[in-house]
Design a protein around this ligand. Structure first.
Ligand code: PLP
Length: 477
């Protein structure tokens, strides 16, 4: 493909993308294909001779679109949002063109330097304590991870390295394997499964502590668990607090948990994967009270801040524990500026990394802080609107008050009835929801996801739920 063909291809793709997103409402939000649907639509082997780009474009509607779940459809209300914006899409094109692998500063200085500054911009937008920011000229700084799962693992490995160093000083004759087997970390029983996975991958015990009736982990429950484990001879070393749980967007009491972590000299990591974006709005920041007591903080601009996947922002007050935990230093990766700027390969699991900060730069500049705040506030208001509709229909109950862009609700009655209702909703295909369960109570989650979502879409979503509930109750009665 020569440059002129590329330009035509890219323009044609830009048209396709614009039309796809403008007309996304006309598509069925959840596809109806069966597993294996693509095989009969494609040749058995790759073509021997290169094809024209037009032939590839022609196949998008035939092959790909029938099997796409349209996450940006205004009636997609499953999981949590994943971001999509034109500035981020265009930034990804440039990242693809530069196509550097920015593992060290010299591997592409702009890739590292823009990332340092974008994480400072973003940290200031959230009003993070200065200790987290590179511009404070302390040890702290930010990094873009691929996902919140990686951030939790990286934090856990940093905490493990710190705890083992301390344990070795106290017990120099005890084998490292024994010291490691004594380590124990904590999260609430509402934490995301990726936190449990970080414990498994990191080879340490992770104890799940029961959240309160309001689904929030409180300081006292954590303090009790730590005391019990210390009495049993274990070494508490790591706590994950969740701000915006996946089940129902509950906020652990960070202030209380932070105090316990300080008292016990335990690393505190904050997982705000979804809800962290809301902290760009000052009115939501009381929910992050106590953030100054955390050692690491993470949220996903790729969920709710209009930066396409993948872009998970993580800040560390002292990255040295992480840097030293994974430090391998072959000659072919060394360079003369080592020590004068971060080499991000030491802050993450893989070696390679894309130029992801371009997406943040484009999005923050083109939307501005005010534009991004308006996006968050609009979606929170839409969730409130849906909550009001639920409350007006006395067949339904809320599991908890709407939180951020999430409403958790159910038909009053059995789990089975709610399971049938959800099946009906998803097979009808007008809207898409997923369920969750807390303490054996099954419920439906309505997440405001698409940036195209309007008040009329909330009415439509609720009317769909209500009319399918009427069908269900008339069958059952
Ligand atoms: N933490 C929380 C609270 C989440 O809600 C999620 C996903 O929804 C994750 C972590 C995992 O995010 P990621 O896919 O970026 O690893």
């Amino acid at each position: 493909m020569d440059t002129n063909e590329f330009k035509e291809f890219a323009k044609s793709m830009a048209d396709f993308i614009g039309n796809y997103l403008d007309n996304i409402r006309d598509r069925r939000v959840l596809p109806t294909v069966e597993p294996g649907y693509i095989r009969p639509l494609l040749p058995e082997t790759a073509p021997e001779e290169g094809e024209k780009w037009q032939a590839v474009m022609d196949d998008l509607e035939k092959v790909i679109m029938p099997g796409v779940t349209h996450w940006h459809h205004p009636q997609f209300h499953a999981y949590f949002p994943t971001a999509n914006s034109y500035p981020a899409i265009v930034a990804d094109m440039l990242s693809g063109a530069i196509a550097c692998i920015g593992f060290s500063w010299i591997a592409s200085p702009a890739c590292t330097e823009l990332e340092v500054i974008m994480l400072d911009w973003l940290g200031k937008m959230l009003d993070l304590p200065a200790e987290f920011l590179a511009c404070s000229n302390g040890k702290g700084g930010g990094v873009i991870q691929g996902t919140a799962s990686e951030a939790s693992l990286v934090a856990l490995l940093g905490a493990k390295a710190k705890a083992l160093r301390k344990a070795k000083e106290l017990e120099p004759d005890t084998p490292e394997a024994v010291l490691t087997s004594n380590l124990v970390g904590y999260c609430s029983d509402q934490a995301h499964s990726s936190v449990e996975r970080a414990g498994l991958l990191g080879g340490v015990k992770l104890r799940s502590v029961a959240a309160g009736d309001d689904y929030r982990l409180r300081g006292e429950a954590l303090r009790t668990a730590i005391r019990e484990d210390k009495e049993a001879g274990l070494t508490p070393f790591f706590v994950v607090a969740t701000l915006g749980t996946t089940n129902c967007c509950a906020f652990d009491d960070l202030d209380e948990i932070g105090t316990v972590c300080r008292d016990e000299d335990v690393w505190l990591h904050v997982d705000a994967a979804y809800a962290g974006s809301a902290f760009i709005c000052p009115e939501f920041r009381p929910l992050m009270k106590g953030i100054e007591k955390a050692d690491s903080f993470n949220f996903n601009p790729h969920k709710w801040m209009l930066v396409n996947f993948d872009c998970s922002a993580m800040w560390l007050k002292d990255p040295n524990y992480v840097v030293n935990a994974f430090n391998v230093d072959p000659l072919y990766l060394k360079h003369e500026q080592q020590g004068n700027a971060p080499d991000y390969r030491h802050w993450q699991i893989p070696l390679g990394r894309r130029f992801r900060s371009l997406k943040l730069w484009f999005v923050m500049r083109i939307y501005g802080v005010k534009g991004l705040q308006a996006h968050i506030r609009r979606q929170v208001a839409l969730a409130k609107q849906f909550e009001c509709l639920v409350l007006k229909d006395n067949r339904f109950e809320l599991v908890c008050p709407a939180s951020m862009g999430l409403v958790c609700f159910r038909l009053k009655g059995s789990n089975e009835m709610n399971e049938i209702l959800l099946k009906k909703i998803n097979s009808h295909g007008t809207i898409h929801l997923v369920p969750s369960k807390i303490k054996d109570k099954y419920f439906l989650r309505m997440a405001v996801c698409s940036r195209f979502c309007q008040p009329a879409d909330m009415e439509l979503a609720f009317n769909e739920v209500a009319s399918l509930a009427s069908e269900l109750t008339s069958i059952l009665s």
